[in-house]
Design a protein around this ligand. Structure first.
Ligand code: CAA
Length: 261
């Protein structure tokens, strides 16, 4: 496994087609300072552009995912100074990654940490995970999807409850609400996430990219428009060699060999 330090606070492990991005600022519970945000954005830009990478896992290790934005960075700033930090641009390579991204959450995923998990396609959690958007306790609110992705993920009542009380969802409750798609035993979520990533990495990349794009682009359209978009994406995939290979392999009772074309 190749390991490289992409800045002192984010690590990147590459194992074949699966990349793992580690938040690594444990003494501050992986609170997202500017250095960490820039290193995260750089890591994702690199992985997004690398055709050999088929799936990305994001983890904070087995103690904490991320306890949110670094409050020290924001405490004395006004709106323009916060805007000038460029958070939205730094989130973009993650939120708009064309690759499947899986969050492996142990411990706290709070504020911007919860927003990071919500940007991922799939969230796997272990029994220690705690999700929350406690921004209201600081006199603010989420600014990078923590209200809008959350309401779409778990519905109005549960999202409002979390956002307005600053409380936390434990792993079991997050799983029941559909925020988390797989629950692992304590300490097991990175392995579980990597297993899912490895399986995803065997799938035809063009089909997965089309699924990801369609889920994102169609989610807020009226149903007839969303269905039309889905059907266009479906039809376009019949123009790929991977569709011919996938269907031929099924009929010939053999394993497909997908090339991403
Ligand atoms: N920003 C800066 N530092 C943080 C931090 C954060 N979000 N979260 C934790 N830390 C630091 C603490 O200051 C402490 O550092 P020192 O040892 O140098 O004092 C260290 O991490 C360990 O934290 P605690 O001692 O507080 O650990 P705990 O186990 O007692 O409590 C916790 C854990 C409940 C997560 C608590 O740390 C906490 O409430 N953190 C803040 C959570 C939060 O409010 N997150 C939202 C931030 S705002 C946001 O994310 C959205 C946005 O863009 C504005």
């Amino acid at each position: 496994m190749a390991t490289e330090q992409n800045g002192p606070v984010v690590r990147l492990d590459i194992e074949g087609p699966v990349a793992t991005v580690w938040l690594d600022r444990p003494n501050q519970l992986n609170a997202l300072n500017l250095e960490m945000r820039e290193a995260l954005a750089d890591s994702f830009k690199k992985l997004n552009d690398d055709p050999s990478i088929r799936a990305i896992v994001v983890t904070g290790g087995d103690k904490v995912f991320a306890a949110g934005a670094d409050i020290k960075l924001l405490a004395d700033k006004g709106p323009e100074a916060v805007r000038a930090l460029g958070f939205l641009d730094l989130w973009r390579p993650i939120a708009e990654s064309p690759k499947p991204v899986i969050a492996a959450v142990s411990g706290y995923a709070l504020g911007a940490g919860c927003e990071l998990a919500l940007m991922c396609d799939i969230i796997v959690a272990d029994s220690t995970a705690q999700f929350g958007q406690p921004e209201c306790k600081l006199g603010v609110m989420p600014g990078a999807g923590g209200s809008q992705r959350l309401i779409r993920a778990i519905g109005k009542a549960a999202a409002s409850h979390l956002l307005m009380t600053g409380g936390m969802l434990n792993a079991e409750r997050a799983y029941t609400l559909g925020l988390v798609s797989e629950l692992a035993a304590s300490g097991g979520c990175l392995e579980a996430a990597r297993k899912i990533a490895a399986r995803i990495a065997t799938m035809p990349p063009l089909a997965l990219a089309a699924i990801k794009r369609t889920l994102a682009d169609a989610a807020d359209l009226p149903l007839p428009d969303a269905l039309a978009l889905e059907n266009q994406a479906f039809l376009r995939l019949f123009d790929t060699q991977d569709q011919k290979e996938g269907m031929a392999a099924f009929l010939e009772k053999r394993k497909p060999d997908f090339k991403g074309v």
